[in-house]
Design a protein around this ligand. Structure first.
Ligand code: ATP
Ligand code: RIB
Length: 288
């Protein structure tokens, strides 16, 4: 079993289904409320674990009921949590999600995820160094991602950066990453200037842009290519990108080439959007 370490956020998703998004100052009656485990780091860890990888999660929860809910979900999905830090007097991360008209809008409150500091990452250097593959996103501080990038570079451990939510990408982080996986909106915010074809050309076989139902765009060293997604009846696309990243890490750690890994990750991600909740639709290896 390949060892995958995920550094990042975990949260409780508070999901409201609504006929439409309310305007500023307006109150409307929604359709339903549901609570799910979420957070980009947690979603990626669970996606990889369901595909049979040996997954360790590095991150923080608060000492509250939501923290217990998050940890129970990790345990149920066989994600190792012995390095997760419980932060006293701080609430766990939450995401307030409105699902409406086939799309979502999300507000994230970092809570304990703000305590995933550079110092915490340095304390966990040994875990990172012993991994076959590492995954990181951006719901944690940039200095923490940078600390991880340095550890990975020095120990030769490959890492995938999912730059979500987007922020300007530092050269140190982008050079150290094996892959960078923004969606089509995020990619516009991670580079200071230029356009999609230029960015893809500058990062051949390294920059993978996920374009939802269209699939994944990248440059193969000769030309721009798109590996199509699978056609499904989408119910909720929240966490599609996370599922894609978790599955991509598993396929690459297993030694599959880039094209086969992207196709596999597309397949897994497309299945995941057929159910409500970021993690509910993530498939298990046996069911694939
Ligand atoms: P999120 O932020 O909601 O987690 P994202 O915007 O980061 O998602 P997308 O680019 O929307 O990520 O999707 C990632 C992958 O999920 C795509 O490459 C594709 O394989 C799959 N996917 C997303 N939406 C659909 C869809 N409607 N039908 C089939 N596959 C989809
Ligand atoms: O990528 C999807 C995730 O983003 C949700 O689970 C929510 O927690 C937000 O952080």
């Amino acid at each position: 079993m390949k060892k995958i370490t995920v550094l990042g956020s975990c949260a409780v998703d508070l999901v409201v289904g609504s006929p439409r998004h309310p305007s500023v100052g307006e109150t409307i009656i929604g359709d339903y409320f549901k609570m799910f485990a979420g957070g980009k780091g947690s979603n990626q860890a669970v996606a990889a674990a369901r595909l049979g990888a040996d997954v360790t999660f590095l991150g923080c929860v608060g000492q509250d009921d939501f923290g217990d809910f998050i940890l129970d979900n990790f345990k149920a999905n066989k994600v190792k949590i012995s390095h997760v830090k419980k932060i006293k007097g701080v609430s766990s991360g939450i995401a307030q999600i409105v699902l409406s008209e086939g799309d979502n809008s999300i507000i994230v409150i970092k809570g304990a995820n703000a305590h995933v500091t550079r110092e915490y990452v340095l304390e966990k250097a040994e875990v990172i160094e012993k991994s076959d593959m590492v995954l990181v996103q951006q719901e944690i501080a940039e200095e923490s991602v940078l600390a991880l990038a340095k550890i990975c570079r020095e120990s030769g451990v490959p890492f995938i950066l999912n730059p979500a939510p987007a922020r300007l990408l530092s050269k140190e982080i982008s050079e150290a990453a094996m892959l960078i996986t923004p969606n089509e909106h995020e990619v516009k915010d991670i580079f200071p200037s230029g356009d999609t074809s230029e960015w893809l050309r500058n990062y051949p076989r390294k920059l993978l842009i996920t374009e939802g139902i269209k699939g994944v765009r990248y440059h193969d060293g000769i030309q721009e290519r798109i590996i199509p997604a699978y056609q499904v009846q989408a119910v909720d696309t929240t966490g599609a990108g996370d599922t894609f990243n978790g599955a991509l890490a598993v396929a690459l750690a297993d030694g599959k080439n880039l094209e086969t890994s992207i196709d596999f990750a597309n397949k897994v991600a497309s299945i995941s959007v057929t159910e409500l909740g970021a993690q509910a639709g993530m498939p298990y290896l046996e069911s694939l």
